[in-house]
Design a protein around this ligand. Sequence first.
Ligand code: FAD
Length: 438
Amino acid sequence: MPPLAADLSCELLVIGGGFSGLWTALLAKHRDPARDVVLVEGGRIADGASGRNGGFVSPSLTHGISNGSERWPDEMPELLRLGHANLDAMEIAIESLRIDCGFRRADEFTVAVQEHQVADLLRAADTAQALGERVEMLDAAAVRSRVRSASYLGAIVEPGIGLVDPARLAWGLLRACRSLGVRVFEGTPVVSLDRDGALMVASTPSARVTAGRVAMATNAYPPLLKRVSHYVVPVYDYVLMSEPLTVEQWAAIGWDGREGMSDAGNQFHYYRTTDDGRILWGGYDAIYHRGNGFGVEHEVDHAAFARLAEHFFQTFPALEGLSFTHGWGGAIDTCSRFSPFWGMAHGGRTAYVAGYTGLGVGSSRFGAEVMLDLLDGQETERTRLSMVRSRPLPFPPEPLRSLGINWTTRSLAAADRSGGRRNLWLRALDRLGLGFDS
Ligand SMILES: Cc1cc2nc3c(=O)[nH]c(=O)nc-3n(C[C@H](O)[C@H](O)[C@H](O)COP(=O)(O)OP(=O)(O)OC[C@H]3O[C@@H](n4cnc5c(N)ncnc54)[C@H](O)[C@@H]3O)c2cc1C
């Protein structure tokens, strides 16, 4: 799609061509086919996290049940119901729009790889089951019968999550948007956003867009609204993709159910199979660069790739010798409550969503619905949620920001090395509701 070359006007301007922006544009047309919608993307569609993620599509809107239960205990039944409905609606949209993105339902295993994690998982299973979720615990023998690794000591299984090839999903959503008349411009970064009377004006290097309403879906990128930078920090996460496995290699690890996998460490790995017979293996490192450092220079980190490869072969020694053909990194829009938040600016003309903290493939569709509710001035079940009405705690300014984040990362790594024991710093964060727990 060519960049914007001449000034134009529209009713709704969407800034950002990842899942949040694409769903916002698509759902805006579903709500009102006559609405004139323009989407501008600074680079190419799915350049950001939406084209770089593991493709786990969780029904959770709250970055997991434990995180949600600690923050919004009274709302959890509603949040779980809305989350499952969101995933169902996403599946229906993919089918009805004929988006070829390998979407499928699968079991998700969170495996314990240290003794104390078995107890952690049992507690998580109790919490989920008390809320009516269909999760079950497997012992070491049962989980190893599904995927063979001597490091597995047990697992919690969540049935019916989604797995998807994320870039193909984004490109399919783009096609659907365009077929409904959304005008899309790539290579068109918005450099400033200002109010002009009753309208908004977005300036790009080549032209201006005048819009009645603006939906900001810029995730971990440097935000156009200063206030968002207090709430979101970009944290880099890395992924390896293996070469296709042979029949013998698959047999050696017995992984024929194509489950989505992750482990229960604070610094955890996530991994899955792909349609063309590879293994995607990512996670562990979460690297923050001072001053909300952001850019292509952080997308390749050979030390992080080497650590990931080492952990891969510790998990699957039977695959020794397998090569990795691709490695990449991407920024995660981390906030202090680890789940999305929304806000309005410019007298209700601009809405934004951010803060998915690494679990936005599914919840970005919900994030888009909320932005549209807010922009349309509609009070809905979604906008009445405390989760939607509240904000995370802001991060402190630098240098405290880097000191705090880096000390937290080191403390989490130390807890993983010492049987899960959380130091004073982590316990203090836990008491403030700021403690990360995978
Ligand atoms: C390595 C990695 C693995 C992950 N794995 C998973 C996973 O398995 N499951 C899961 O649920 N989540 C995962 N996530 C998180 C998930 O990918 C994100 O939450 C989700 O894609 C966010 O979508 P988005 O549209 O909000 O952001 P993005 O996809 O980042 O899109 C933002 C877009 O805005 C554009 N933009 C920014 N500023 C401007 C501007 N000023 N003007 C114009 N355009 C602008 C950017 O170019 C970008 O395309 C992962 C993330 C990473 C990085």
